[in-house]
Design a protein around this ligand. Structure first.
Ligand code: EPS
Length: 387
């Protein structure tokens, strides 16, 4: 399975081309739209989300509600484009107009300066349009198809917020279904609502101060068979692919599995999960400190992975930078922005993790069509249960 996305933040549309999806997967526009709508929400989003209503058109690869096995093209229109047509249109504009409109003041923490240096762009709009987190809508669209595959295989996945600006939600034992329901009801996408108000206050305060705040999100995947991924080669380890996908989300700075960095402070005897066996359940671990992975392969326990998101770098409060034309210092100008996008990022992370898990299944099992995939996964599950 693979996909490519295209599109600028204020361009005409976002496009995702997805390839390698088995034939005969039931897939409706509503499945993709449900994910897109979840991503748009969350307390702390800026004015842009009031303009956009992300809805997908399926331009290829789906017929009468089922996938064909051919590439699937997903298109999301940017409603804001109508306000940007003269700035983002494909036709040439005169030199004077171009110079007047150039973005020459890079925002600290953004891709602006590094992208300009690399691609030799004197107008940093050429960088910021594509490096914008708007692109995550296109990735969520791809991930929503992966989630449909997982669902058919009885694998459930959810992303939710663990922490916003140091305010930590409590761990509550809940099924994935319950976590989905709870987090969907929460404006800050937490499953523990006792911290909700505190988090909203922190977001309000950041907004009032012209600042932004980050946080930690967690994704849980239940129902994965043991043995996805492989230890035999570094680039086949599924935990490393998931970590790569998480860190590839705009503004993410790290990923950890299970107790993660805490393992630096625990002894081996407190870290490793003891193995048990039950006739129905097969092999299992008595705890899940390692977050569902040993040796780059799933253990059959839930995958539990966290990602950390830095505060969004587009600030109302000025930070010092340098104009690339005058080379003079300036205080960054005011930009429209989200003061906190952590709740939306939980949805994005859920979808990129879903993609990696589904990809590893498609790679491992015959998967030209859904029935074939289901049969081979079930056969495998039965074999390892009685192993
Ligand atoms: C973003 C800035 C804001 C966000 C945007 C990401 O957009 P704008 O510059 O148009 O105000 O709302 O996020 C989205 C559009 C989205 O769909 O998530 C940025 O600078 O990355």
């Amino acid at each position: 399975m693979r996909y490519l996305t295209a599109g600028e933040s204020h361009g005409k549309q976002l496009t995702t081309i997805v390839e390698g999806i088995p034939a005969q997967l039931n897939l409706l526009k509503e499945d993709v739209n449900e994910s897109l709508i979840r991503r748009q929400g969350g307390y702390g989003r800026g004015r842009r989300m009031k303009i956009e209503k992300d809805l997908v058109s399926m331009l290829s690869g789906v017929r009468h509600g089922y996938t064909l096995g051919s590439p699937i093209t997903l298109a999301i229109t940017n409603d804001d484009f109508k306000n940007w047509e003269d700035i983002m249109g494909e036709d040439p504009i005169d030199e004077e107009q171009h110079i007047r409109r150039q973005v020459t003041k890079p925002r600290p923490g953004h891709a602006d300066l590094n992208g300009a240096l690399k691609y030799n762009h004197r107008d940093m709009r050429n960088v910021l349009e594509r490096s914008s987190a708007r692109e995550t809508a296109a990735r969520v669209a791809a991930g929503s198809i992966a989630k449909k595959i997982l669902k058919e295989l009885d694998i459930n996945i959810v992303g939710y917020v663990k922490e916003i600006h140091g305010i930590k939600a409590n761990d509550l034992p809940m099924s994935v279904e319950e976590k989905i329901r709870k987090s969907n009801e929460s404006p800050v996408r937490v499953i523990d609502d006792s911290k909700e108000e505190e988090m909203k206050c922190a977001i309000d305060q950041a907004k009032q101060d012209g600042d932004s705040i980050g946080g930690v999100v967690e994704v849980t995947v239940e129902g994965v068979p043991a043995g996805l991924g492989s230890y035999v080669q570094f680039d086949r380890k599924l935990d490393s692919k998931i970590a790569g996908a998480v860190v590839s989300i705009n503004a993410f700075k790290g990923a950890e599995f299970g107790i993660g960095f805490e393992a630096a402070r625990t002894r081996g005897s407190e870290t490793h999960d003891e193995i048990g066996y039950g006739e129905q359940r097969g092999y299992y671990r008595k705890t899940n400190n390692l977050g569902g992975f040993e040796g780059g392969m799933t253990t059959g326990m839930p995958i539990v992975v966290k990602g950390v998101m830095k505060p969004i770098p587009t600030l109302y409060k000025p930070l010092e930078s340098v104009d690339i034309n005058s080379k003079e210092p300036f205080q960054a100008s005011i930009e429209r922005s989200d003061s906190c996008a952590v709740p939306a990022a939980a949805v994005v992370m859920e979808h990129v993790v879903a993609w990696e898990v589904a990809s590893s299944i498609i790679e491992q099992f015959p998967s030209d069509y859904m029935e074939q995939l289901k049969e081979s996964v079930n056969e495998y599950r039965e074999r390892i249960r009685t192993f």
